[in-house]
Write a protein that binds this ligand. Structure first.
Ligand SMILES: [Cu+2]
Length: 160
């Protein structure tokens, strides 16, 4: 994340499945930190290398929700899979993830439960240390940092 770019301030980092909206184009910007991997999306018949130092991109539009695929395939445990498609090392077989394709309404409900990474990584770390135990949970202790984050948002909107 490049925190100097205010456009990142509402970005989320999810450790769980990748959530996508049906019939809405998505662009993946792909990188790697160690060796060459490959983002494989078998149900979408796509793959793209993940290369250290050279971002790659991949775009597609999911046209069926996960629920529709469960109905269509008759497989209750159907999931859209992301798997590493390049033999990359000892951990290769564990490089697997899932995609949930859902309606805009379902996506919005999920997104409402997510927290911007900027909030966790920057704003909360800059919040003044609580003077005593118990005071740390006092919401007033976080107010200066929260106000700064809110104040920064209009600036980001005007720079676009
Ligand atoms: Cu791999």
């Amino acid at each position: 994340m490049i925190w100097d770019d205010a456009a990142t301030h509402d970005d989320i980092v999810s450790g769980g499945p990748l959530h996508l909206v049906v019939n809405k184009p998505v662009k993946l910007v792909i990188g790697a930190k160690d060796v060459i991997h490959s983002v494989g999306l078998p149900h979408f018949r796509l793959k793209m290398d993940a290369v250290p130092g050279t971002p790659t991109t991949l775009w597609f539009t999911p046209i069926k929700t996960t629920k529709e695929m469960i109905k269509e395939t008759g497989r209750e445990n159907f999931v859209f899979e992301i798997a590493c498609d390049q033999m990359c090392g000892a951990g290769h077989t564990g490089m697997r993830g899932e995609i949930i394709v859902e309606t805009q309404e379902e996506y919005d409900q999920w997104m409402a439960t997510q927290k911007a990474q900027y909030q966790t990584a920057v704003v909360e770390k800059q919040a003044p240390a609580a003077p005593a135990a118990g005071a740390a949970k006092d919401s007033s202790a976080k107010k200066p940092a929260d106000s700064a984050a809110v104040a920064a948002k209009p600036d980001s909107a005007t720079t676009k």
